[in-house]
Design a protein around this ligand. Structure first.
Ligand code: F6R
Length: 609
């Protein structure tokens, strides 16, 4: 969630890192700062609040520098104040650091240093780390060695970047769990916590591995392993184009990303269905392993967890393969029962979610096979899992996840049909499934065309004190995601539950003026859903139904009907219903004047537990 930027080279370094911070704004932050070298000293400018505040300080001073590091902070240890903002100096102002993540043993470290006479200006864990590095540096070792030694004394998940006035020609960085990427240039080098902050400058990147120390000099970059020995540099070329990381004419990233979904679905299938209509994945487990797996545990957070529920639906219904879905934060501390032949699937857009990473480490310790379904190439989860399937959705900038969800469910669907293919699952119509997946992009386009009908409905929803989201079977899972979207971007309280659960409690909340969004795409359970709709209508609720184009029943009860393309697999029609729900959340948020791409209190990449 915090952002890291760094630059050294012939450009104005302060302006360059400021530009990089702007590209990281989507990660969410509440203060920001820059450190740069000027006249043999390290100078720091930092401000609580949005980047405009820091921008004012930069504009007042107009500093010129050839080396700078910058940070946008999302407060964890200590409130969002000027003092707590990064960068931080060490005791003697020899070095300055910026840091993402959390240092768990910072109190212990600070106490020890305080006993030696160190004084601290902030409440942060980061300043403790700065002092530890500064202390190592006093020994007269090069900065990279001081950083490497200090890293050995720090516990937690972190990435930090350090500059020193004694060695004004280098930036040193290291990481453990939090991401760090070096951007390679000609006679200039860049550093960032996330690829979008590098794209306008370079496409050649090096992902710093856990425990490695990166040393950036104008003329080149070197890496040291955790023992201080040179490590190989493996540059890779980022394929995302710059426009893909920009709004592309839309008012917000969220609506741009909602509209990208037909393309995302196509991209997601790219190279995964051969000419004979068979599904194939590169670098995945052998057929033997797939046949042996006796249970699937899906582990994820938030939207990715909701995608996981859709996966469970498919694995169980199509393959009769027992599947559990866990919130990552619960999985880790829940002492889960994991069978030897089970597979743990980690779903994550960012690939950096701390809770999911921690759960992944637990599976690794227990020697359980792991598979990542991840969007960000080179991210921690993508690298740490035994095998990874990339969702290929392109960068998702809006904090509220939309296209990543669809891509995750499409990958899970591909995987389910792939497993049916490998395991020769009886009764599963794989070619039909493949055909439906191929049609899905066009069907998503048709779902997007509902925007004209959704926008006017947003007025009613915006006025509702509480909005219900209900459905049965896959519709019940999509209801959870629809509710999450409305909560997070429009700040409207929601009550989401399987339709059949309403009368067991939530029905008490129904009164005149409330709106219920009802997923009724599954023809097999529609009659039951219609009965639940009547229970709400009888108590004064307004019903907005999401159903398929052939449905003649729901419209007899619903106040408004949004019709989706009918798929031969009800599951896909349910998946498509997430699109009008996303559109609804967006238009309600817009009507209410909410900060859509960066909802309050939320961050894109949740790298703290
Ligand atoms: C909701 C949202 C979050 C994320 C969750 C997991 O719109 O974006 O609920 O889905 O924080 O993040 P990833 O997928 O990056 O692991």
């Amino acid at each position: 969630m915090c952002g890291i930027a760094g630059y050294l080279g012939p450009r104005n370094a302060v302006e360059t890192v400021f530009e990089q911070l702007k590209l990281l704004e989507y990660r969410g932050y509440d203060s920001a700062g820059i450190a740069f070298l000027q006249d043999g000293d390290i100078r720091i400018l930092k401000r609580a609040g949005k980047l405009t505040e820091l921008g004012k300080a930069v504009a007042e001073e107009m500093p010129e520098a050839r080396l700078a590091i910058a940070h946008s902070r999302w407060a964890t240890h200590g409130g969002p104040t000027d003092e707590n903002a990064h960068p931080h100096y060490d005791q003697f102002q020899q070095v300055a650091i910026i840091h993402n993540g959390i240092i768990e043993n910072y109190l212990e470290l600070k106490e020890r240093l305080a006993a030696e006479g160190h004084s601290f200006r902030s409440e942060t864990d980061t300043e403790g780390a700065a002092h530890v590095i500064g202390r190592e540096y006093e020994e007269g070792v090069p900065l990279e060695e001081a950083v490497r030694r200090a890293a050995g004394k720090l516990r937690g998940a972190y990435a930090f970047v350090v500059i020193s006035k004694r060695e004004p020609d280098k930036i040193v960085a290291t990481r453990n769990a939090s991401p760090l990427i070096v951007g390679l240039g000609e006679g200039e080098q860049f550093l960032a916590s996330d690829i979008p902050a590098l794209l306008p400058f370079t496409r050649r990147v090096v992902v710093v591995k856990e425990g490695e120390v990166a040393v950036l000099r104008r003329e080149g970059v070197s890496l040291l392993d955790s023992a201080g020995k040179p490590a190989p540099i493996e540059p890779m070329e980022v394929q995302w184009d710059v426009a893909a990381a920009e709004r592309g004419g839309y008012e917000h990233f969220m609506i741009k990303e909602i509209h990208e979904q037909p393309d995302v679905i196509r991209q997601c299938l790219l190279g995964r269905i051969d000419e004979a209509g068979r599904i194939r994945f590169e670098n995945i487990f052998s057929d033997y392993v797939w046949t042996e797996i006796d249970r699937i545990n899906i582990v994820a957070c938030g939207t990715a967890y909701h995608a996981g529920l859709m996966g469970k639906h498919l694995f169980e219904r199509l393959l009769r393969l027992p599947t559990d879905v866990f919130h990552s934060s619960e999985f880790r501390y829940g002492d889960p029962v994991l069978s030897e032949k089970s597979l743990a699937i980690f779903i994550s857009q960012s690939g950096e979610t701390a809770d999911s990473l921690a759960a992944l480490k637990l599976c690794q310790q227990r020697r359980i096979r792991t598979l990542g379904i991840v969007n960000v190439v080179g991210s921690s989860i993508a690298r740490e899992c035994d095998r990874t399937i990339l969702t290929q959705a392109g960068p998702e900038i809006s904090v509220a996840s939309t296209k990543a969800y669809t891509a995750q469910v499409v990958v899970l669907s591909l995987l389910a049909f792939y497993l049916a293919q490998v395991r020769e699952a009886p009764g599963v119509r794989v070619p039909e499934g493949v055909d439906e997946l191929k049609r899905l992009s066009d069907m998503a386009r048709a779902a997007l065309a509902l925007e004209e009908q959704v926008e006017p409905l947003s007025e009613k929803v915006a006025a509702s004190p509480l909005v219900f989201f209900i459905g049965r079977a896959a519709d019940a899972h999509v209801a959870l995601e629809g509710a999450l979207k409305l909560k997070e971007v429009a700040y409207i309280p929601t009550q989401e539950s399987p339709a059949g659960e309403m009368k067991h409690g939530p029905l008490a909340l129904v009164e005149s003026g409330v709106v219920a969004i009802v997923g009724a795409t599954d023809s097999k359970v529609r009659d039951k859903t219609v009965s639940n709709m009547m229970e709400i209508k009888a108590r004064g609720g307004t019903l907005i139904a999401l159903t398929t184009e052939d449905d003649e029943t729901t419209c007899q009860v619903a106040d408004h009907v949004l019709r989706l393309p009918k798929s031969r697999f009800d599951f896909f029609s349910a998946l498509l219903s997430v699109i009008p729900m996303q559109l609804l959340a967006y238009h309600v948020a817009r009507r209410r004047g909410c900060e859509i791409d960066q909802p309050r209190n939320l961050a894109k990449s949740v790298t703290v537990e």
